[in-house]
Structure formats: structure tokens, C-alpha cells
Design a binder for this molecule. Sequence first.
Ligand SMILES: NC(=O)c1ccc[n+]([C@@H]2O[C@H](COP(=O)([O-])OP(=O)(O)OC[C@H]3O[C@@H](n4cnc5c(N)ncnc54)[C@H](OP(=O)(O)O)[C@@H]3O)[C@@H](O)[C@H]2O)c1
Length: 258
Amino acid sequence: MSNVLVVGGTRGLGAALVHRYAKQKNTTVYVTSRKEAPKDFPSNVKWITGVDLTQPTCAKTIVSQLSGVELSLVYITAGIFKLESFEKPDWDTEVATYLTSAIAPTFIISALCNNGNLIKKADPPTKIILLSSEAGSLALQQAGGGGNYAHHASKSALNMVGTQLRYDLEPHGIAIGMVHPSFMRTEMTKGVGFDVAWDENDALTPEQAADLVSSWTDDEFGMDKTGQFWAPRGTRDIGSWKDVTGKDHIKGAVQLPW
Ligand SMILES: NC(=O)c1ccc[n+]([C@@H]2O[C@H](COP(=O)([O-])OP(=O)(O)OC[C@H]3O[C@@H](n4cnc5c(N)ncnc54)[C@H](OP(=O)(O)O)[C@@H]3O)[C@@H](O)[C@H]2O)c1
């Protein structure tokens, strides 16, 4: 029997991960949503509602509904992407984006650990995956850009958060990884007009990305990779890859530069 938690599972990649794990025998999937539990999910999924990662109560709300539950896998998928320009940076967007992507995860993981929800020193280890982005890689942003400060920088901050949490979780035998899930055909990219590039950049459906991310997490990720930043799909969807690294695209899981 294993318990999986997906933080931000109403749509997109999070929802696809929920559907995937809910099909597994002997697995219970706990999922957070900001509002009421959405329809069209399997009845065996357990919803934790009222979890808004911009609110300081988010971690408490999660653990209050996980009393006695031992998790072996946690995905934090919630994220925000709103376009920003140099001419018009947006204060409220910046605050909400950093809170959701880079601040709330620390509080959630700390609360889960302190509340006894993360199984310690298991074999294979309990795994935590923070959904980051290649957009948060300082190295991969050296081929041009500008704007979108909050989205990109909050993912860089998330990568540093994961780097620090790695040292806090290591003594408990818990592995944490940062993952770029690929460019995806979701409301996030449609909302910023990137759907025009879905075909050209071979964007994946959330289901395809969930298959790749979950297979890599289940089969390849462990203590030997804790604190690292990976792209399970490879580099096909990373536009700056060739310019920045001088290498051809890599097919299959690749460790990304910070
Ligand atoms: N799409 C891509 O191409 C791409 C590429 C690289 C990385 N990523 C990362 O992968 C993750 C999933 O992306 P996606 O495309 O599946 O996103 P999405 O379709 O926009 O879904 C975002 C999810 O985050 C939740 N969320 C947003 N703000 C929240 C908040 N303040 N509190 C709690 N939940 C919140 C949403 O819940 P509601 O339904 O309540 O809004 C929704 O479940 C994100 O972290 C994203 O940054 C995506």
C-alpha cells in the first residue's frame, strides 16, 4: 500500500499525474485544490480542498487532513505563469508567483516531515519532486530573453530551495528532485500565447509528460540523484539547448545545468 500526494492537481500535469497514480493497485492518491474538488476524477482520489499556495495557512491545511497518513511520494506541481514586460512588471503577479512556486513548497515539505507524513529511511526512499522549469536555469537563459521575471526567477528560486532542502532531508533518507516536465499543451502555456509554438516545439500533452515524469521518478530517481535538476524527456523542447551548450539534442533523461 502506498500513498501519493499531488499539490495542485486540478488541471494540466498535476491532474494527469493524479489519473496515472489512481490507476495503480494499492495506491491512494491525495490531491490538493484551491476550491471545491473538481469533477471527472476517479472516485478513489482523496481531495484536500482549500489549499491556496499564496496563503500562509496552506501547509497547515494540508497536514490537518493527512493525520496518520504516511506518504512515499510527493509532487508539488502548482505553478503560475503570467506574461510580464520590462515596460509593465506586475507587483501582484510577482508576489503570487513567488509565493506559489518558491515559498510555499518549503512550508509544505517542512510541515509534512514534522507531522510524520514522510516515511523516513525507506528503501526505496520517499521521493519529493518539485516541478521546476528549464526557464529557471540561469545557464539555459544565456541565449536571449527578457521579461517574465516572476515566472523564470521563481523557478530559479525553487531550484535553490530544493538544493537546501536536500541537506535537510538527507539525514531522514528522503530524496528531493527538481524536474523540468517538458513544454506542454496546457492552460499555462495557452494562457501566455505559447500555444502558437506547441507544434513547432513538439509540446507534449500533460498525459505524455506525466508518463515520462512518473516513470523517471518511480524507476530512476533516488538518493543518488537527490538535489539534482533533471529533464526526463531530454532536451527536444528546450529552445536554447544547442546555442547554450553547443551540443545536439539529447533524447532521454538528462541532468540540466543550473
Ligand atoms: N506547461 C509547461 O509547458 C511547463 C513547462 C515547464 C514547467 N512547467 C511547470 O509544471 C507545473 C504544471 O504546469 P501546468 O502546465 O500543468 O500548469 P496549469 O495547467 O496552469 O495548472 C496549474 C495548476 O496549479 C494550480 N495552482 C495555481 N496557482 C495556485 C495556487 N496559488 N495555489 C494552489 N494551486 C495553484 C492550479 O490550480 P487551479 O485549477 O485552482 O487554478 C492548477 O492545478 C507548473 O509548476 C509549471 O510551472 C510547465
